[in-house]
Design a protein around this ligand. Structure first.
Ligand SMILES: Cc1ncc(C[n+]2csc(CCOP(=O)(O)OP(=O)(O)O)c2C)c(N)n1
Ligand SMILES: [Mg+2]
Length: 530
């Protein structure tokens, strides 16, 4: 017999849960005991990554899951640890990444007769009657482990829900006494809890969409997270080439389409939208801003998404004559299966794409006194190889930087998908753990760097062998508290040494240590001005 906590950890091995990103507390003796016993026994166990701050824990799990699609465990301390997850909860939910968050509850009993009964004063102050409500509206599922013998089923259900489309975080709690209770080993049943998948479209729906695309003169795709399935990128390229479709990537969360492909129209939201006569929204949250631009009258509007109604968001509406909840990879394959030949009218559509994209590239950087974001990004581009992963979090250059980098490879670019700043330098840890051979480069704003609790992030990166290169786009803060930021990072490398400095820093990372290059850039981004 083992404790419920140990039983849960033993099951991890069968569920591809390789990491428990942990910030521990008085609710975790059963877990800590289990770590020690399992370690001593020498059998399989998840790697315990101690995170000094919870922002690191869930953001690293997020970065790992973006690449592997496998939910890992984030273990936090009762209500306070849950609160410290902060914006990383919003990010995991908005990005729809699979994640299992586990938090203890204060012990329930106080007479000392049960193992782990109350014995510290905080067990009273931390007993929040509705702890799950702290994060409830961001979770796909919240549940309290109420009987120790249910532990396998609860973890299996948690993983199934988190990994089923649309994926997302789940939250499990359990009182301290419950995690200590002995349970018998469970039979091997994990195969009976598969992730639920989405399918494609009906034959009629695919035929209608295909006909519409072939009949259009100016068709575009707008996408944000199609590239979560890297195989979908090549399918989109094929479809775009066969039919002649322009691609707009808005706030890309993944690499969705090769940036150097002639059909990549723009990374700018609101561009091209009013010129198109057919807009195919695929896996996108905010295809345009209605206050800035609207589709042309009579444009045909289709929406294919793993989450087309966005029922986790408050007000949300973008018009579409057809909206489908479907797996975009399957739909692209269905469209490609209709005909292998070039669609009639493709050359005219390609000519239109060429005319639009001619004016949409960012102008080359101009040398001035201060290093500009453009100049810095051009220097970053020099570092990119086939092993590069860019982790992106620079709020005032969301369009500019992808547009200059124009990355070519699926799986080479990730952004948080949310607005909870501080994600980048921690997600980079998860990315490195998921792909140990990669050069992980985090491009972050100076504000994002500080939101990321750098003392926690680099301690974890150093302790657990997940080095990455951080490049800070230091434009002197985010307005009002500019001064306090400058006190922390007063100087950046001088412009003429930029390439050399970045190369040296990358060598440091390849040698196994993280490096941070803090580059003072001009305060106003051209993206903001235009
Ligand atoms: C947790 C959190 N707090 C505050 C904000 C609001 N916010 C959005 S952008 C931004 C500035 C971030 O600064 P920096 O990383 O330097 O980017 P810059 O705006 O300078 O490009 C802030 C504070 C947020 N999105 N998330
Ligand atoms: Mg800044």
């Amino acid at each position: 017999m083992t404790s419920a906590a140990q039983q849960l950890l033993e099951l991890c091995d069968r569920l591809d849960i390789k990491y428990v990103f942990s910030n521990l507390g008085s609710d975790h003796p059963a877990f800590i005991e289990a770590f020690a016993r399992m370690h001593a026994a020498g059998g399989p166990m998840p790697r315990i990554i101690i995170c000094p701050h919870e922002m690191t824990a869930l953001s690293a799990a997020h970065g790992y899951a973006m690449i592997t699609r496998q939910p890992q465990i984030t273990l936090v301390h009762v209500d306070v640890g849950t609160q410290n997850l902060g914006g990383s909860v919003h990010n995991a939910a908005r990005a729809r990444v699979p994640a299992i968050i586990l938090a203890g509850l204060s012990p329930v009993t106080d007479d000392g007769t049960r193992v782990a009964s109350r014995n510290e004063f905080i067990h009273y102050t931390q007993d929040t009657p509705r702890q799950h409500e702290i994060v409830g509206q961001y979770m796909k599922w919240s549940y309290e482990l109420r009987a120790a013998e249910m532990v396998d089923d609860v973890l299996l259900r948690a993983r199934q829900i988190a990994s089923s489309m649309p994926e997302g975080p789940v939250y499990i709690t359990g009182a301290r006494e419950i995690w200590e209770e002995p349970v018998a080993a469970s039979p091997e049943r994990s195969a009976d809890w598969p992730r639920a998948t989405l399918g494609g479209l009906s034959e009629a729906a695919v035929a209608e969409l295909y006909q519409a695309l072939c009949g259009a003169q100016r068709p575009i795709v707008v996408t944000t997270y199609l590239g979560r399935q890297p195989q979908a990128v090549a399918r989109l390229v094929e479809l775009s080439e066969r039919i002649g479709i322009g691609i707009c990537q808005v706030s890309p969360q993944y690499h969705n389409f090769p940036g150097n492909h002639p059909h990549q129209l723009t990374y700018r939201r609101n561009q091209v939208i009013d010129q198109a006569d057919l807009i195919l929204m695929i896996d996108v949250d905010v295809p345009w801003m209605p206050s800035k631009v609207r589709p042309a009258a009579g444009a045909q509007l289709f929406h294919i998404d793993m989450d087309p109604t966005k029922d986790r968001l408050g007000y949300w509406h973008f018009p579409a004559q057809r909206a489908y909840q479907a797996d975009s990879l399957i739909v692209l394959e269905q469209l490609l299966a209709i005909s292998a030949s070039v669609a009639p009218g493709r050359d005219a559509r390609k000519a239109w794409i060429a005319s639009v994209s001619a004016g949409s590239h960012s102008a080359p950087a101009q040398r001035g006194d201060a290093i500009s974001a453009e100049e810095l990004t051009e220097a970053v581009r020099e570092l990119v190889t086939e092993r590069t992963i860019i982790v992106f979090e620079e709020p005032s250059s969301t369009e500019l930087i992808p547009d200059i980098l124009r990355l070519g490879a699926p799986g080479s670019y990730f952004s948080s998908g949310g607005a909870g700043l501080g994600w980048g330098i921690n997600a980079a840890i998860g990315a490195k753990l998921a792909r140990p051979q990669a050069d992980v480069i985090a491009l972050v704003g100076d504000g994002c760097f500080l939101f990321g609790v750098p003392s926690s992030a680099y301690w974890v990166a150093g302790t657990y062998g997940a080095p990455h290169l951080t490049i800070i786009y230091n434009n002197g803060g985010w307005h009002s508290p500019r001064l306090s930021t400058l006190w922390v990072h007063p100087d950046g490398p001088a412009g003429e040494h930029l390439n050399e400095t970045l190369q040296r820093a990358l060598q440091t990372v390849r040698g196994g240590r993280s490096a941070v290059v803090d580059v003072a850039i001009s305060r106003i981004s051209r993206q903001v001005l235009e």
